[in-house]
Design a binder for this molecule. Structure first.
Ligand code: ZN
Length: 277
């Protein structure tokens, strides 16, 4: 999956640290990230952009490290006059760079979005200050504090003996099969989220809920939790047609063999297919 970058390791605890010429520079404009062209897309280092950016070391934010390599978020970067640079969609970067760079970029994207959406205090509108002790923004006027928040969500592989329930979303360009999935609501346990989403999306009851694995998914601020469960009772699917275009039982031998191991959904579909009883 996207976070599987061993033997490398993400060190995401906040440190008060200054960028050096060797540090990686992460620069976004909306969903696009600045990168160097090549057989694989690469992130620039600070030294690469020194000549065209006088302010380079003044306004950056420490994000995290991958092993001993430090990543910083930078703003207002001038790259247009240096050959070899381009802005590419974050999704393109993930699939066209080395795996640990893709994971670094998507994690940086999540932090970039958090900083971008929290420039002002949500309570009184005053400009937020950055804590230099932890990943926290605070308001000097009303003492409000803001920490990064995640949206917990579930993915459920519903089994019916040798069949798995596969779905396709309505109104999405993504046409591959997916699994039942949804966000936790305030006030419910994650087990209740699973049961509710399964009932809402496909109208089925489940039993024998078993946790599989989790995945950080930075494009949507999500922490995904994957479960398998067995069908309990009637196998008649009642589709939530506002959300889904397709929901059907697919025998493991009929599942296509090309699911991306980058995503938890892909890995779970593939793992069910590969299972031999
Ligand atoms: Zn405030």
């Amino acid at each position: 999956m996207i976070q599987d970058i061993k033997p490398r390791a993400l060190q995401n605890q906040y440190k008060h640290m200054d960028a050096t010429p060797e540090s990686y520079l992460v620069y976004f404009e909306g969903r696009k990230i600045l990168c160097l062209e090549g057989p694989v897309l690469r992130l620039p280092r600070f030294k690469d952009l020194e000549s065209t950016n006088n302010h380079l070391y003044n306004h950056d934010i420490y994000l995290f490290s991958v092993d001993e390599k430090h990543y910083f978020l930078a703003y207002d970067i001038h790259y247009q006059k240096i050959p070899g640079y381009q802005m590419v969609d974050i999704q393109t970067f993930i699939s066209s760079s080395k795996p640990h760079k893709g994971f670094a970029a998507v994690t940086a994207f999540q932090l970039y979005n958090w900083y971008d959406r929290h420039r002002y205090c949500g309570r009184c509108g005053h400009v937020f200050k950055h804590s230099d002790k932890e990943r926290m923004l605070y308001c000097e006027k009303c003492d409000n504090m803001e920490y990064p928040k995640l949206a917990p969500a579930v993915i459920v592989g519903i089994r019916n003996n040798d069949k798995l329930l596969l779905t396709k979303y309505r109104d999405r360009s993504h046409t591959k099969y997916a699994l039942v999935a949804g966000f936790a609501e305030i006030g419910e346990t994650i087990e209740e989220t699973v049961a509710r989403e399964v009932m809402e999306e496909v109208g089925l009851k489940i039993k024998n809920l078993k946790y599989y694995k989790s995945q950080p998914w930075g494009l949507t601020d999500t922490l995904l939790m994957g479960f398998y469960a067995d069908l309990d009772g009637d196998d008649t699917i009642t589709l939530d047609e506002e959300e889904l275009a397709v929901g059907e039982w697919v025998h493991r031998e009929d599942i296509e063999d090309d699911y991306s191991r980058m995503s938890l959904t892909g890995e779970m579909i593939q793992a069910f297919k590969d299972e031999r009883k």
